[in-house]
Design a protein around this ligand. Structure first.
Ligand SMILES: [Zn+2]
Length: 137
């Protein structure tokens, strides 16, 4: 018998799926401070981008360096056990990201990826976001 009420369960599931993660919250705060209007996790768009700036046709993904394999990043280390398992898993993640970004591009969206480690310098993220939202659609 499972006593978790449905509302609580869906909150748990959302957390498991990686929504509302700390780096994402940081990007939201930066965008909010800049006075930008955005929506979250638009389900009708490929990959459900973490933030969507409709006015600027900009989709933003906040990617964990490990899971999404930030190229050249120390956080994208590979586990030393079950090497094949992880290699396949990472390759699938990277391929999925590329496919989703390509589809967004075809639909006329600009895509910006903010890496978890980029958030060490929030000013730099704000600068990138500023130039990305200055582009006319
Ligand atoms: Zn990184």
């Amino acid at each position: 018998m499972d006593n978790i009420d449905p509302k609580r369960r869906s909150a748990n599931m959302a957390r498991i799926r990686g929504k509302d993660t700390a780096p994402e919250m940081q990007v939201r705060r930066i965008a909010h401070r800049m006075g930008l209007r955005f929506r979250l996790h638009r389900k009708d768009l490929p990959g459900k981008p973490d933030l969507v700036f409709p006015k600027h046709r900009l989709a933003v993904f906040v990617h964990g360096c490990f899971w999404h394999r930030h190229p050249g990043c120390a956080r994208a280390s590979s586990p030393s056990t079950r090497v094949d398992f992880w290699a396949a898993k990472f390759a699938a993640n990277v391929a999925r990201d590329a496919r989703q970004q390509e589809e967004l591009g075809r639909l006329g969206w600009n895509v910006l990826v903010v890496w978890q480690c980029d958030l060490k310098d929030q000013g730099a993220v704000a600068t990138v976001l500023k130039s990305a939202t200055e582009i006319s659609p």
